[in-house]
Design a protein around this ligand. Structure first.
Ligand SMILES: [Zn+2]
Length: 461
């Protein structure tokens, strides 16, 4: 019998990436992501995992975003204790992400208990700090471009995907059948990272591709960010930017620095209020200072910090975070999480949304069911911490900062393959996006492409 692939998540949705490749002698899991967004998806995180965790020989993680690694401590809770392979910077960043996630899970549970708005008598988090630490202790960093046998007859090579620091696409061979998992692929215009590697030569049995923006192309750069900031300053309001702690914060800081230097916006104070974002920022600085091959060479030997326009305030303590509520001149606050599902940004939203002078700039993907998506769709009130908050602030969507390739960029990248994959599976996109992307692949490349079914097993030919 041929080896198989099973799709356990990210089917018809952008979160919960989980795939299993099984050969005669080994079972390997690729990505172990958390479901986020809609309640019916989040509830899936709480279900018992459909595979016995101890039957899995190894887990491979493409990058440090929560929807690709955030389920690891839950599997550890259920008994997984094998190796977790990833690139060196993914190991560092995923450690930050998992610790923060465990903290949020525990805090939310405690808060719900204290305020009595949980339906459960004694709410607990999905996992705790101890389980996150156990998962982190299983990380096994493997450098880029070096084939490594992760389990018997299963070899994995990481290639750069230019999406966030440490991000990879995973080139896996199981008993002679090759599967390429895109993870998330960058756009080739990242301000910090070098472009995604091309697809290495050779026959491909299956290509498992993200389709986050599979039904869209990104707009060209425009002035909407500077315009929104200047409008808010005129009203003497503050600007809140919910941003994914890893990578988006770095991109926003570099962009704001550029806007200030070119005098498109005034030199206003910028606060980064997310301990996780600040730790991640230090890894980006470290990668630049150590001249990592993941970094664009033009950032080496700069005379100043590329992330600080001179007005950067790093709010490391809770006191510094609370003090931001009292700032008396127009300022920009960057805080996580990016879809406002948790973290300090929720407190800032609670404080800032009722004031029509303020603005909230949404600069990243907002999954269905998240507060970010409700704001985007024009909600007049938003629920947080068990109560409703009025939305009077200006809500602006800024699309140019996506770090996901759009449909045309992905198709262009696919053309770097020197052979036709036997099958392409479109995952990690809302249903409509995944379906239209599969059609586009078929029409443009004449490749066999489909949207896999959840929990279904496919043979690798
Ligand atoms: Zn990602």
């Amino acid at each position: 019998m041929s080896p198989t692939i099973k799709f356990l998540g990210a089917v018809g949705t952008v979160t919960g990436s989980r795939f299993i490749v099984q050969g005669k002698s080994s079972k390997v899991m690729i990505d172990c992501g958390l479901y986020q967004g809609l309640k019916e998806l989040r509830l899936k995180n709480w279900e018992k995992f459909s595979e016995d965790p101890q039957s899995i020989d190894a887990i491979v993680i493409s990058h440090a975003h929560l929807d690709h690694c955030g389920y690891l401590p839950k599997l550890v809770r259920e008994g997984y204790d094998g190796p977790i392979y990833c690139t060196p910077y993914t190991a560092k960043l995923a450690a930050i992400v998992l610790r923060d996630s465990a903290k949020l899970q525990t805090e939310d549970a405690k808060y719900a208990k204290k305020k009595g708005f949980s339906k459960h008598k004694d709410p607990t988090g999905l996992y705790n700090a101890e389980e996150a630490e156990k998962a982190i202790s299983l990380f096994h960093p493997i450098p880029f471009h070096e084939p490594f046998e992760v389990a018997k007859d299963v070899t994995v090579t990481f290639h750069r995907s230019g999406h966030i620091l440490g991000s990879s696409f995973v080139d896996l061979t199981v008993e002679g059948k090759r599967v390429v998992f895109t993870g998330d692929i960058g756009r080739g215009n990242h301000m910090v990272l070098t472009n995604p590697d091309l697809i290495p030569k050779g026959a491909i049995s299956a290509l498992v591709t993200e389709s986050t923006y599979g039904d869209r192309t990104h707009p060209k750069t425009d002035d909407s960010l500077a315009d929104a900031i200047n409008r808010t300053i005129k009203r003497r309001g503050n600007i809140l930017i919910p941003a994914f702690a890893v990578d988006r914060t770095e991109i926003m800081l570099m962009t704001l620095k550029k806007l200030i230097k070119t005098k498109k916006i005034p030199n206003l104070p910028i606060y980064v209020d997310s301990p996780m974002a600040l730790s991640a920022l230090n890894h980006y600085r470290d990668a630049i200072n150590s001249k990592s091959p993941e970094i664009r060479p033009e950032l080496f030997n700069l005379s100043e910090d590329p992330f600080d326009p001179g007005t950067l305030n790093e709010a490391t303590t809770v006191e510094a975070s609370k003090a931001i509520n009292d700032i008396d001149q127009p300022s920009i606050i960057i805080s996580a999480s990016g879809m406002a599902t948790g973290g300090r940004v929720v407190h800032h939203l609670e404080h800032m949304l009722p004031n029509p002078n303020n603005s909230v700039l949404l600069v990243g993907y907002q999954a269905a069911g998240t507060r970010g998506q409700y704001l985007l769709s024009g909600a007049k009130t938003i629920k947080m911490y068990g109560k409703f908050v009025d939305v009077n602030a200006e809500i602006v969507q800024i699309e140019e900062f996506s770090v996901h390739a759009d449909s045309e960029e992905l198709i262009k990248w696919f053309r770097s393959a020197d052979s036709t994959p036997n099958c392409v599976y479109a995952v990690h996109g809302e249903s409509s996006s995944a379906e239209s992307f599969a059609n586009l692949i078929h029409n443009k490349l004449n490749w066999n492409a489909q949207v896999p079914k959840l929990d279904q097993i496919y043979e690798l030919n």
